[in-house]
Design a protein around this ligand. Sequence first.
Ligand code: PLP
Length: 388
Amino acid sequence: MKLAARVEKVPPSVTLAISAKAKAMKAEGMDVLNFSVGEPDFDTPKHIVAAAKQALDEGKTRYGPAAGEPKLRSLIAQTLSQETGLDYKSENIVVTNGGKHSLYNLMVAVINPGDEVIIPAPYWLSYPEMVKLVEGIPVIVQTGADTGYKITPEMLRQAITPKTKLFVLNSPSNPTGMVYTPDEIRALAEVVVETGILVVSDEIYSKIIYDDAQHLSIAAAHPESYKYTLISSGFAKSFAMTGWRIGYLAGDVNIIKATTRIQSHSTSNVCTFAQYGAVAALENSQDCVEEMRLAFAKRREVMFELLNAIPGISCLKPDGAFYMYLNISKTGLTSVDFCNLLLEEQQLAAVPGQAFGNDDHIRLSYATDLTTIEKGIKRLEEFVKSKI
Ligand code: PLP
């Protein structure tokens, strides 16, 4: 059967291929260490689970409004207003099936065929594929360790053409863990306001930052950037709720209405009782978020120190999220070969940078326990030694 051309443009995921191989090896009884996961290894906090159970018992099992449960929309608006100092109302919020869904719906809502979307590389692997699925053109701007893998205002300005519709900003970043400083965000906001392009700010890791890093939303970085900014976020990473599938998009009322319309004809509302778990997440103490952040912070220290001691690879210390992005160029291997061999020879799963737009890097996740980190980095060291 002939598939639609837009689907043919989207390649199968290299990440899934590696993780399928890792799973198969594990099933054969091998001691595979998995550094490829993009989700917290913690269980969802108990009070959130209890609230969803209670919602089930109370019969919150029916269709709900396409834009989300009013209580959750209102709490998200309140929280965002507190965090940004801006005035978000419920009408500025649509609840989605995860952050991924909010980004995809936004693309469907604003991208016409041929519209350009600026994506700094290294990027989260789904951004360019989403753009292609809606027949837009991903404009990839390569960044390197010299700018902390961040796009500069000059790079952004140069990439803008009359066809530019949207700029995708992700801080803290997956895969690099870099966080833009408030000054860097302000400088990008100037370009956005001056040129009038839309920006989607993917802030899904904004609660997972370390040391002196500060998160400033581009929506609040310039007196006028609010009207050009859509914030995409969700509960998956900060509340360990990956399987719940709850995210949101926040911004201009017309765009929110459009994405709600798209949702009403595609997925309808997000699972009703799951939304009550998210209500509990926002209504109660944020100590659980902090506990998980502290655990990630400890793992980050240990992993970074161990990695730094390995000759031949280099890595910047991440300021956020739970990933380290390693330059493996001295091995002379492509990232896919590196990861395949690493898995075969040392039973260590990592994600090839090719998935993120850099074939001489790999991504390691530290959303795993300290013992696994220590054991895994020893294996990595053995592997790198054997290749240089
Ligand atoms: N944005 C980034 C940068 C991510 O890393 C992820 C998940 O890996 C998402 C969005 C999507 O998260 P969700 O599980 O809420 O769809």
